[in-house]
Ligand binder design. Sequence first.
Ligand code: PLP
Length: 430
Amino acid sequence: MTSKHPETLALHAGWRRDSATNAVAVPIYQTTSFQFDSSEHAANLFGLKELGNIYTRIMNPTQDALEQRLAALEGGVAALGLASGQAASAFSVLNVAKAGDNIVSSTDLYGGTWNLFGNTLKDLGVETRFVDPTDPEAFARATDDRTRAYYAETLPNPKLIVFPIAEVAAIGRKFGIPLIMDNTAAPLLVRPFDHGAAVVVYSTTKYIGGHGTSIGGVVIDGGNFDWEAHPTRQPLLNSPDPSYHGAVWSQAVKPLGPIAYILKMRVTLLRDLGAAMAPFNAFLFLQGVETLALRMRAHSENALAVANFLASRKGVTRVIHPSRHTGVGAERTAKYLTKGMGGLCGFELAGGVEAGRKFIDSLKMVYHVANIGDARSLAIHPASTTHSQLSESEQAATGVTPGYVRLSVGIEHIDDILADLGQALDAAGA
Ligand code: PLP
């Protein structure tokens, strides 16, 4: 597929027809195992002399079509589908960092990623140094000899200030450190590889699927990072791997293309930890991806209209949307969000927690759920739900204030969205 256009790639990249039946839709290859042609074929597959299907924990043709399609859309070289976005985040780091190593991460993260880095990876001996993303140089200051990766979200909520991808990627490249970007909130709107990131992760649970039926994740390799040039900085890609007869990944994978990072992840972490994406879920994500470009356009248009509507309400004291920042936030929006500002929007009610709860309880069409990125509009009041275990000052540090409401604006008709929000604001005295 030679097109560069996401609308076309979303329908055609990675698949033409089924080689056995000529089926046009990607079949659900619901099988655990694949018959080998011969003992030589089997030995070649296990020895990575040739790539092919062995066992669905490691790879599967339905997953493969999705992986190729997402890699093409992102401008990367190869991808790995996983059971969830959490698995994707964990694998993206564990592929380069082991006990005694560290990563530097933006503080502005999804709560699940914060817990993964701050607790589970810490218990495994991988330290995360959290830094403020408003100052890119903070990444350089937190770096030492054992820093293996930088990590951030493109459009983190609740603040919705775009991460300085190019600035931090450039710092990392000086040290031989790859920037891993969680692009869950901004697929197609921002392509982190275009700005120098080396790895992209998604929770496909959100916009990639869009239907809210399936949990999944993906890691995409930009193929643009020279692992071999940094043997001391990146030992996991450059020293013999005892779990694969001493393979040195940056060397062994060379004949297959610049895919050392993602192939290593597939044949070691996925083999050992087993967080595989089910073929049926891969099929459902393929259905979602077909309309991703249309949906991201509609989400962006609707969320901008919602932000403008909210700003006109007297009981709304603050609207958080990429279009409404000033200073550095506005500069980042202008630099990175040229194709749309995404579907997320937050706002603050003058009436605090009580008004927030009342607003949520009064919604008739918009769903009250702990998710983002569905085609349907979704809302949540973090202070009484997702962030209720935190103290008020901790909540404030993460950008959650008592009257803050998060909206994931869907693709319904804008009049219906505004009507539902309007009547719920009325009920909340806003
Ligand atoms: N990254 C971001 C930005 C998210 O919002 C989420 C989930 O909300 C995840 C990662 C984790 O994804 P999953 O729920 O698919 O494990």
